[in-house]
Design a protein around this ligand. Structure first.
Ligand SMILES: *Cc1c(COP(=O)(O)O)cnc(C)c1O
Length: 392
């Protein structure tokens, strides 16, 4: 047996092992309680071991786990109903991850134009700093050197533009353009919200040219910003939208939402997934949607986001050598740092605080959406101590 790590070492892991969780608290094997502002990268939207979600999962686990999409799946139909009722969408396809949602979004957009007799419309315009997943298609879409280097010929048909540069977009759209694909708030790119007027402008450019608008709300969707989906702030709707992360509350689940028109070409046999939309995932997803889509719940996310932001502004002011600014929306917040973000994440571990680094020198704060006011105060207190320990 070689001494090569048995788990493929594609991650630089922090030396912490969690055993269980309670709400915003992740509890390590040695009993240390960490305040979790990472939430598994915006996944545990309702915290760890949420009794409602545990109940939904256990109830389904005792009945039937998996049947495949060869048969009807009532939990899947119910979740699709909830998503359609609460969004622009007419139809939903379930996946197990954001990456798989990206793959279908790309296929659906190209099929749409093919069906309309314009098979040459294959080019998808994306933006620098974007993240859409790690499949060959998704890395080609984002196009960053870090993700594509060494992986051979990229899937053709993608072109990256400066983030939010609507002028560049205007000239980039040609009679070969299929779709524009963008995150309303970039996550991995460093919590960079696209201004509402830019999103409206992009929608208009798409409408004027018959181009589809694909929104990637894998990280910013499912209530994270205080709206069920972030594009609602701009008062526009996409043609196709990718969802994942928060939608399963920690159970692997993703989805592609689409209008009837955008999805028209996706007839029987054109796409599939063995696991996608399986009864366990959808039973949990239904419960997540029932809680998160409630206007009162979303209003609380907005209120708590504002509270946290206000406290973070104070934090930035008292550590001018560590922090530059706060940005984001709702409970999708970023601290732009003057130091390496990884150093703050490390210092956080010493304060039993979990945060996540992002590009553009940003540390992400993505707590469970049901974090309390007291826990917000405690989190900012710990960030204050972490920043202080960095000589700032
Ligand atoms: C995480 C993420 C993805 C990929 O999702 P996976 O579930 O990791 O495949 C795609 N887009 C965005 C915006 C993301 O944040």
């Amino acid at each position: 047996m070689s001494d090569f790590p048995h788990v493929l070492p594609t991650y630089n892991r922090a030396p912490i092992t969690f055993e269980r969780g309670e709400g915003v608290w992740a509890i390590a094997q040695n009993g240390t309680r960490y305040l979790d502002l990472g939430a598994g990268i915006a996944v545990n939207a309702l915290g760890h071991a949420n009794p409602d979600l545990v109940g939904a999962l256990i109830e389904q686990a005792g009945k039937i786990w998996h049947v495949s999409n060869l048969y009807n799946i009532p939990q899947q139909e119910k979740l699709a109903d909830l998503l359609v009722e609460n969004t622009f969408a007419d139809t939903v396809f379930f996946t197990n991850s954001g990456t798989e949602a990206a793959e279908l979004a790309i296929k659906m957009a190209r099929k749409y134009h093919d069906e309309k007799g314009e098979p040459e419309r294959v080019e998808i315009l994306t933006f620098e700093g974007a993240f859409h997943g790690r499949s060959t298609g998704a890395i080609a879409a984002a196009g960053s050197q870090k993700m594509v280097k060494g992986f051979g010929p990229l899937m053709p048909g993608f072109r990256q533009l400066p983030f939010g540069d609507t002028e560049a977009l205007r000239t980039a759209i040609t009679n070969r353009t299929c779709a524009v694909m963008i995150e309303p708030v970039q996550g991995e790119g460093g919590i960079r919200p696209l201004p509402d007027e830019d999103l409206r402008e992009i929608r208009k450019l798409c409408d004027d040219t018959g181009t589809l608008l694909i929104l990637d709300e894998v990280q910013c969707g499912m209530g994270r910003t205080g709206r069920l989906f972030a594009h609602e702030f701009a008062g526009i709707a996409p043609d196709i939208m990718m969802v994942a992360k928060g939608i399963g509350g920690g159970f692997p689940l993703g989805a592609v939402l689409a209008t009837q028109s955008a999805a028209a070409g996706m007839v029987a046999g054109t796409h599939g997934s063995t696991y996608g939309g399986n009864p366990l995932a959808c039973a949990v997803g239904v419960r997540v949607m029932e809680i998160v889509a409630e206007p009162d719940f979303l209003a609380e996310v907005t209120r708590k986001g504002a509270l946290m932001r206000q406290k973070l502004e104070g934090l930035v002011a008292s550590h001018p050598r560590v922090f530059e600014s706060v940005r984001g929306q709702g409970l999708m917040l970023g601290l732009k740092c003057k130091i390496a973000p990884g150093d703050l994440v490390q210092a956080g571990y010493s304060q039993q605080l979990l945060t996540v680094a992002a590009a553009d020198n940003v540390v992400r704060l993505l707590p469970p959406l049901n974090i309390t006011d007291e826990e917000i105060a405690e989190a900012v207190d710990r960030l204050d101590k972490a920043a202080g320990s960095l000589n700032g």
